[in-house]
Write a protein that binds this ligand. Structure first.
Ligand code: PBG
Length: 334
């Protein structure tokens, strides 16, 4: 019989004994500058409208979005991402409203940059809020999403956003070659400072459900899905190929989406490429945490912070999260 040693060879618990030592050896921490706040904007005036499947999130007028922008500035959240709720009457099969220089998004960008020039503004480059069928691109007769004609439309959309003064365009459509096409067009138009954050590894995920309610594209999309352009959840190496393409085509920052179920992808991307890597804690992730917290099954604030910290640990440089303001407020109180 082997006699056990009288003492453990090592006592890792020494470094967990009290709050002071824990804080000294902590490897990752959260700060307000880790967050990007996604906001939903509608045209016209009126009070904020609750999004039923996203408790605590509202659709807002441009004036309402300016109030949120002010909160970001006050709390040190450096960036805001705009998602438009487009009037049904403006939706068409080709989504051409996306390229209107006087459309909702360019007006919202100008308003925010005018009031808060130091706040970084991101805009989504994708057609789904603008198409009558709710897909991110143009369709052929069989309903297949056409690549190159879609890229041509997205390029116009990105140019309009850049001309309005947006800091970062974020193509979220997953068409082939769109980063290169957009980068080329931006350069040719003299928008040399406009950054591209590519939704490089964007999966065909069921976690986007509440977002589609929020922007009002769920009804347009119906039972259709986006599997012929967004990535298969079973794939991991493919994410690295997508990121490699986007970097080669001119992306400044890359993104993985959804977030928590795909932290393995965040880590692989960061380790492989060492470029600024972001993750999107999407609407369905937010809704799950909110629902469980509302039932008293989990502690809202504790789980919010733990979920966000997980992104940092996985290697993300920042997180798009609907919790941005709540988390920043909590950090300010500490
Ligand atoms: C649109 C877009 C989507 C999201 C961001 N941009 C939805 C989709 O691809 O269907 C999802 C964000 C979220 O769920 O929070 N291209």
């Amino acid at each position: 019989m082997i006699t056990p040693p009288p003492y453990p060879a090592s006592r890792p618990r020494r470094l967990r004994r009290d709050a002071a030592i824990r804080s000294m050896v902590r490897e990752h921490r959260l700060a307000p500058e880790d967050f990007i706040l996604p906001v939903f904007v509608f045209d016209g005036d009126g009070p904020p409208q609750d999004v039923a499947s996203m408790p605590g999130v509202q659709r807002r007028s441009i004036a309402g979005v300016l109030e949120q922008a002010e909160q970001c500035v006050a709390l040190g959240v450096p960036a805001i991402a705009l998602f438009p709720v487009i009037d049904a009457a403006l939706k068409t099969p080709d989504g051409v409203e996306a390229t209107n220089p006087e459309g909702l998004v360019p007006r919202a960008v100008r308003a925010i940059k005018h009031r808060f020039p130091g706040l970084c503004v991101l805009t989504d480059v994708a057609l789904d809020p603008y198409t009558s069928h709710g897909q991110d691109g143009l369709l052929d007769d069989t309903g297949y999403i056409l690549n190159d004609p879609t890229v041509a439309m997205l390029t116009k959309q990105a140019l309009v956003q850049a001309a309005a003064g947006v800091d970062i365009v974020a193509p979220s459509d997953m068409m082939d070659g769109r980063i290169g096409a957009i980068r080329h067009a931006l350069e040719a138009a003299g928008h040399v400072h406009t950054r591209i954050m590519a939704y490089s590894a964007k999966y065909a995920s069921a976690f986007y459900g509440p977002f589609r309610d929020a922007v009002g594209s769920a009804g347009n999309l119906g039972k259709a899905d986006k599997k012929v352009y967004q990535m298969d959840p079973g794939n991991s190496d493919e994410a690295l190929r997508e990121v490699a393409l986007d970097i080669a085509e001119g992306a400044d920052l890359v993104m993985v989406k959804p977030g928590m179920p795909y932290l393995d992808i965040v880590r692989r991307v960061k380790d492989e490429f060492r470029v600024p890597t972001f993750a999107y804690q999407v609407s369905g992730e937010y809704a799950m945490l909110k629902a469980a917290a509302a039932n008293g099954w989990i502690d809202h604030d504790a789980v919010m912070m733990e979920s966000l910290l997980a992104f940092k640990r996985a290697g993300a440089d920042g997180v798009l999260t609907y919790f941005a303001l709540d988390a920043a407020r909590l950090l300010a109180r500490r």
